[in-house]
Structure formats: structure tokens, C-alpha cells
Write a protein that binds this ligand. Structure first.
Ligand SMILES: Cc1cc2nc3c(=O)[nH]c(=O)nc-3n(C[C@H](O)[C@H](O)[C@H](O)COP(=O)(O)O)c2cc1C
Length: 158
């Protein structure tokens, strides 16, 4: 099936990025992929490169994959067709559930990352982790900074 999306500049269409819950995909060394719901995210320029920063609590299975697995992630903003995936991704853990299967999500192989993006999303970003840090007193979350290698927008919002 032809992909209903186009490559974009990472800074385009960001109103959808900021206004909606995302789906964060990560992957272990054995190519086991996982998805979690993600509200705490930002996008901008750091160190002269386009960067997405995600805040992930150490208790998440996703945290283990981000720290011990492939040092990449993708952020995907779901279209209304797959919005129910947010509840699946945000209320169960990849430790004991294949959430791609559970939420009926289709993965699209990354062009620049091993970690896939998700079909039927308004926006998707392939990112390589370039830095990480504890978030300090604000929350126990850990911040992962991902250099944006590719960005896509659904043709429905172009
Ligand atoms: C709408 C929504 C937004 C969420 N945003 C975040 C977030 O920004 N950071 C985070 O660590 N957890 C967030 N969560 C919680 C995780 O998605 C949830 O704990 C998930 O089950 C973790 O899955 P995992 O164990 O497979 O990584 C959110 C949950 C929901 C429902």
C-alpha cells in the first residue's frame, strides 16, 4: 500500500505535535518494539540541530528499551483513525503485552532508524538519541534528547 504521507521539514505542522498525545516507539537489541503514550514532549532546535525531547519515567518498560536497547526512538501523533491506541499504549506495559498487536498498529520501517514509525499518523519523526539526563526536581522522569533524522506528515494535513 502506498504510504499516505510525505517527508517534511521537522518544524512544519508542529501545532499537531504540541496539541496531541503522542505514541513513543522504542526497541530492544533483539528488535522487540514497544509503544507507549506520551504527553511530555517538546520539539525545537538545540546544539544547532532539530531535536525532540521526551520525558519517560524510569518505571516504564520503554525506559529500559531506550537506555539498554537501540539508541533511537520515534514519536508519532496518531490520526483519529487510531486514537484508541493511546489508551492501550498508555495503560498496559510492553513487558507483558504486544501493544502493536493489541492496538492493531502497523509499523513502517524507518528510513534512517531501526525503530519503526506507525502507520496512520498525522506526524511521525525518526530520532537518534544524542543526549539524556535526569529531569531534576520537577519529576522523576528522565529526559531523552533525539536528533530528528526524518519527519513525515500525513497528506491529510498538507
Ligand atoms: C495520555 C497519556 C499520556 C502519557 N504520557 C506519559 C509521558 O509523557 N511520560 C511517561 O513516562 N509516561 C506517560 N504515560 C504513561 C505511559 O504511557 C504508561 O505508563 C505506559 O503503560 C508505559 O508503557 P511501557 O511500560 O510499555 O513503557 C502517559 C499515559 C497516558 C494515558
Amino acid at each position: 500500500m502506498a504510504e499516505n504521507r510525505k517527508e517534511i521539514n521537522p518544524y512544519e505542522y508542529v501545532e499537531h505535535f504540541f496539541s496531541q498525545t503522542g505514541l513513543l516507539v522504542s526497541m530492544g537489541k533483539k528488535s522487540e518494539k514497544n509503544v507507549m503514550a506520551l504527553d511530555w514532549k517538546t520539539l525545537g532546535e538545540l546544539w544547532h540541530i532539530p531535536v525532540i525531547t521526551v520525558a519517560v519515567a524510569p518505571s516504564r518498560y520503554s525506559f529500559k528499551l531506550l537506555t539498554e536497547g537501540i539508541r533511537e526512538f520515534t514519536v508519532n501523533i496518531p490520526s483519529s483513525n487510531i486514537s484508541e491506541a493511546i489508551m492501550v499504549a498508555g495503560s498496559s506495559s510492553g513487558r507483558n503485552t504486544d501493544k502493536f498487536q493489541e492496538a492493531n498498529l502497523n509499523a513502517i520501517d524507518g528510513k534512517n532508524t531501526k525503530v519503526p514509525t506507525i502507520q496512520d499518523c498525522l506526524l511521525s519523526y525518526e530520532c537518534e538519541i544524542v543526549h539524556e539526563t535526569k529531569s531534576g526536581n520537577m519529576a522523576p522522569h528522565h529526559l531523552f534528547f533525539g536528533k530528528i533524522l526524518k519527519a513525515y506528515a500525513s497528506k491529510d494535513i498538507l
